[in-house]
Design a protein around this ligand. Structure first.
Ligand code: KIV
Ligand code: ZN
Length: 505
């Protein structure tokens, strides 16, 4: 039997903190339950001290899963560690994850601490966390740009202090695979007590080498890799979980290891994340992109028909790509609907299913195919997962090539109606400006698209927006036979989502 590589998933922490990936607590819980099904060993649920909302969501995640370790992130100080412990202690397998930077760049400019002070902080923090649990992970932030001798000194000291996992992050995605391999080898050679811990790699993707670097780390001694679904994360992202898992599985000859991941859940997990966040998976994304198993050229098609091995190094089935996707429409029954809702991470009671089915049929009557995104919107509305702080009651726009576009909008909020008007650069802009005037909340429009989702005279238009409110980027969708109304609904959907998020923060 080959050695196991533990999969530490940080989609809900490093992934979620990146622009465009914000999730509500309910969305995080659905994702956590799917990650447990996928078979990850550790779920990093968040950074509890960051805000009361973050604390609350880490606590809820910790109580929603049971067959997986739940980690809470903390800086190397007592209040962070107390907060992390309070949030995760309900978990069957809690882990406190402490980090402090070890590179001179971070020490000098960010922490304003000397190497000696940071070393003391690290030791003190690990000892303090050990009072709560034996499962304490230590991360040397910016390890790959740290002085190796100093890094080894810190690693040795935190092991002595009681850490059970030591993580070596390539925080800024700077290293190359050869460097990472050499670094892990050096750490193992220079740290006499290294065999007492699990060594871990945490690679960012700024130069597109996160997966290669993680695999190099595994070859040179890492037995835990930290990664995210679809590779989401700070800046260019983190190492993609699905790529690491399938590389290990497909190239066992080069990488004689195994993971506990149920690879057939990969596609479902990837799709769930993209449905929740609105972060579109590029068509050519390895493993989970639409084109990953599509063969376009005649020569390739001919080869695959004769023998799939000619152009396929792994099968679509092995990562759970459905053979034929069942389309949900007005002829679909309650069973099909329930199965799809479960795939999307919702647990429904009989009563919920009845309500959702009614809404589903009403939409399916207007729209030939009900997509996963539609279904999420229906379920969220039916289960009150996203509170409708603002609801569109009435709107009217005028526009033309010789007139200034004007919008009048009436919104319901707190049991009263507010109406206002504004002019803008086109009817959509005028509508958004009016909504801003009424709500007093300004959002920056980052993405906007309209798609026709049905054809014919009563064609439905679907608007998709990405809006930035303060530091959060949220996606919103709206559907109507009138594209301006669809645009208004999409804006309000994103705003309501953000307000739900903020009320928890
Ligand atoms: O990239 C990084 O260094 C991190 C640490 C907190 C582990 O995310
Ligand atoms: Zn990171």
């Amino acid at each position: 039997m080959t050695e196991q590589v533990y999969m530490f998933d940080t989609t809900l922490r490093d992934g979620e903190q990146s622009p465009g990936a914000s999730m509500t607590v309910d969305e995080k819980i659905r994702m956590a339950i799917q990650l447990e099904k996928l078979g990850v060993d550790v779920i990093e649920a968040g950074f509890p001290i960051a805000s009361p909302g973050e604390f609350d969501s880490v606590r809820k995640i910790a109580s929603s899963v049971k067959d997986v370790t739940v980690a809470g992130l903390a800086r190397a100080n007592k209040p962070d560690i107390d907060s992390a412990w309070e949030a995760i202690k309900i978990s069957a397998h809690p882990r406190i994850h402490i980090f402090i930077a070890t590179s001179d760049i971070h020490l000098k400019h960010k922490l304003r601490r000397t190497r000696e002070q940071a070393l003391e902080d690290a030791i003190g923090a690990v000892k303090y966390a050990r009072r709560y649990t034996a499962d304490v992970e230590f991360s040397a932030e910016d390890a790959t740009r740290s002085d190796t001798d100093y890094l080894c000194e810190v690693v040795r000291a935190v092991i002595e202090a009681g850490a059970s996992v030591v993580n070596i992050p390539d925080t800024v995605g700077y290293a190359t695979p050869a460097e990472i391999g050499a670094l892990f080898r050096r750490i193992r050679e220079k740290t006499p007590n290294i065999d007492r811990v699990i060594l871990s790699a945490h690679c960012h993707n700024d130069l597109g080498m996160a997966v290669a670097n993680s695999l190099a780390a595994v070859r040179f001694g890492a037995r835990q890799v930290e990664c995210t679904v679809n590779g989401i994360g700070e800046r260019a992202g983190n190492a993609a979980l699905e790529e690491i898992v399938m590389a290990i599985r497909t190239r066992e000859d080069q990488l004689p290891f195994h993971t506990r991941i149920n690879s057939q859940e990969i596609y479902r997990t990837s799709k769930l994340l993209s449905t929740i966040t609105g972060l579109v998976i590029p068509r050519n994304k390895p493993i989970v992109g639409k084109n990953a198993f599509a063969h376009e050229s005649g020569v390739h098609q001919d080869g695959v028909i004769k023998q799939a091995l000619t152009y396929e190094i792994m099968t679509p089935e092995s990562v759970g790509v459905p053979h034929s996707s069942i389309v949900l429409g007005k002829h679909s029954g309650k069973h099909g609907l329930l199965a799809r809702c479960e795939t999307l991470g919702f647990k429904l009671s009989e009563e919920d299913l009845k309500t959702i089915y009614k809404k589903f049929i009403a939409l399916a009557d207007k729209k030939k195919e009900v997509t996963d995104e539609d279904l999420v919107a229906i379920v969220e509305e039916a289960l009150n997962l996203i509170k409708e702080f603002y609801k569109l009651e009435y709107m009217q726009t005028t526009s033309g090539n010789k007139t200034m576009a004007t919008a009048t909008v009436q919104l319901r909020h707190d049991n009263k109606s507010d109406v206002d008007s504004a002019v803008g650069d086109g009817p959509v802009d005028a509508t958004y400006k009016t909504i801003e005037r009424i709500t007093g909340i300004s959002g920056k429009l980052l993405e906007y698209s309209i798609n026709a989702v049905t054809i014919g005279e009563d064609a439905m238009g679907e608007a998709f927006v990405k809006l930035q409110f303060k530091d959060d980027v949220v996606a919103g969708r709206g559907l109507s036979t009138d594209v301006i109304e669809a645009s208004a609904k999409a804006y309000l959907n994103a705003l309501n989502k953000w307000l739900s998020l903020s009320s928890r923060k």
